[in-house]
Design a protein around this ligand. Structure first.
Ligand code: LRH
Ligand code: MN
Length: 397
């Protein structure tokens, strides 16, 4: 059924009003690769600066009210840093989002954290999980989002099955500490930094571990954590079908976990993922998905890259919202392949930027957020304020 312009606008406005995406505090900090880190004077080095930058992105896009925090990077003193963070939330009008434990940088975690053969080190890692859960409770944020670097580099050097057992115990113990409204998100990754086996390497492992941990655990899909050629939207469809999809870390990649900006390499990938979600919404499949960005802006200006990412996500979300799902179902039923593909891809081809600009104008937002950022002088201002505070230090963020 072809929609009238006003019906299309109504559908578009409804879709964009509903679309929010969480931004990572580490996306504003100086990050690099193992070959180096190119320092930006405007980069954030304090939690206050990260909240300030998040507020600027939200002012420009109207779609990023929460900031993901990485415990050791943003709350190095644990729960005792909560009052300062609450003050920043109040000052900048940005809420704390997912709490991400750091189980990958301590020297003790050389052979793993929750999967380490040493019971004492597993206990240390579990304590960090418990601290992260308490921080989430104190901040009133819902998700504790777990990614672990755990794995090994050489065959025969670790017992894969023993590590599964230790991990099951740790995630169940963590789950039992969750508050009634909290969730534990389990993020999988096939490799890096481990290059022989990774303990949570794919969606099946993450799904089993989440189910085994308890009813408040779900799977997190980082779009960069898949082998080349893997059908990510099919994994998303399975996680929706099994009721285990908890959230996303969006970014883009050409080769591996490149953490490039969303839609920079394969925007059609994000469109296909969003289609699965809109379709589930359309057939009233219960969904409770946290959309988050997880990128490292090693070369692009960090605020610019974040605004560019949110705008790209809004546009791809809108394109997928405008797929005529009723007609598509008819064509799929008839196996009218070309007509179905033309309808589906046609939605991806359409230029939704004028519609998105109309929505922004109607919501008193800048119709072109990137242009508004440049005009705001915000980057020049923070560059002046923050110059000389940057270190070329080694840590990731
Ligand atoms: C691991 C990961 C994880 C974060 C980190 C910053 O590759 O995707 O989600 O902890 O990036
Ligand atoms: Mn991630």
């Amino acid at each position: 059924m072809t929609l009238s312009d006003s019906q299309t606008r109504e559908l578009a406005f409804k879709a964009l009003d509903a679309f929010q995406i969480e931004i990572p505090s580490w996306g504003f900090a100086n990050t690099g690769t193992r070959f180096g880190k190119f320092v930006q004077a405007a980069a954030a080095t304090t939690i206050e600066e990260k909240f300030a930058d998040a507020a600027e992105v939200n002012r420009l896009t109207g779609a990023t009210p929460t900031l993901a925090l990485h415990v050791l990077w943003d709350l190095p003193n644990g729960v005792s840093d909560v009052p300062e963070v609450r003050e920043l939330e109040r000052r900048f009008g940005i809420r704390s989002g997912s709490i991400n434990p750091n189980l990958f940088q301590d020297q003790e975690y050389k052979y793993g954290s929750l999967c380490n053969p040493s019971a004492a080190i597993r206990e240390q890692a579990l304590e960090h999980m418990f601290d992260s859960i308490e921080i989430g409770k104190a901040l009133g944020s819902r998700d504790v989002s777990l990614w672990m670097a755990d794995g090994s580099n050489y065959p025969g050097t670790q017992s894969i099955r023993k590590r599964i057992g230790w991990l099951e115990d740790a995630l169940r113990a963590s789950h039992d500490r969750l508050g009634p409204k909290q969730r534990l998100l389990v993020e999988y990754k096939p490799f890096e930094p481990a290059f022989y086996h990774t303990d949570i390497a794919d969606w099946g492992m993450a799904l089993h571990l989440a189910r085994n941990a308890g009813p408040q655990a779900r799977v997190l899909v980082d779009t960069g954590h898949h082998y080349p050629g893997q059908n990510i939207e099919q994994i998303v469809a399975w996680l929706i079908h099994t009721g285990m999809l908890g959230g996303f870390h969006f970014n883009d990649r050409r080769y591996a976990d490149d953490d490039l900006t969303l839609g920079s390499i394969d925007p059609y990938q994000v469109f296909r993922i969003f289609h699965e979600i809109h379709s589930a919404n359309a057939d009233n499949t219960p969904l409770d998905i946290a959309f988050m960005i997880d990128q490292s802006h090693n070369l692009k200006g960090k605020i610019e890259a974040m605004v560019q990412t949110v705008v790209a996500a809004q546009e791809l979300w809108l394109k997928a919202a405008l797929v005529d799902r009723e007609q598509l179902a008819v064509l799929q039923e008839k196996c009218d392949l070309v007509a179905a593909e033309e309808l589906f891809r046609g939605a991806f081809w359409q230029d939704v930027r004028p519609l998105a600009a109309e929505w922004r104008a109607a919501r008193n937002l800048p119709i072109d957020p990137l242009c508004a950022l440049r005009k705001s002088g915000y980057v020049e201002q923070i560059t002046r304020q923050r110059s000389g505070k940057q270190s070329t230090g080694s840590s990731y963020a």
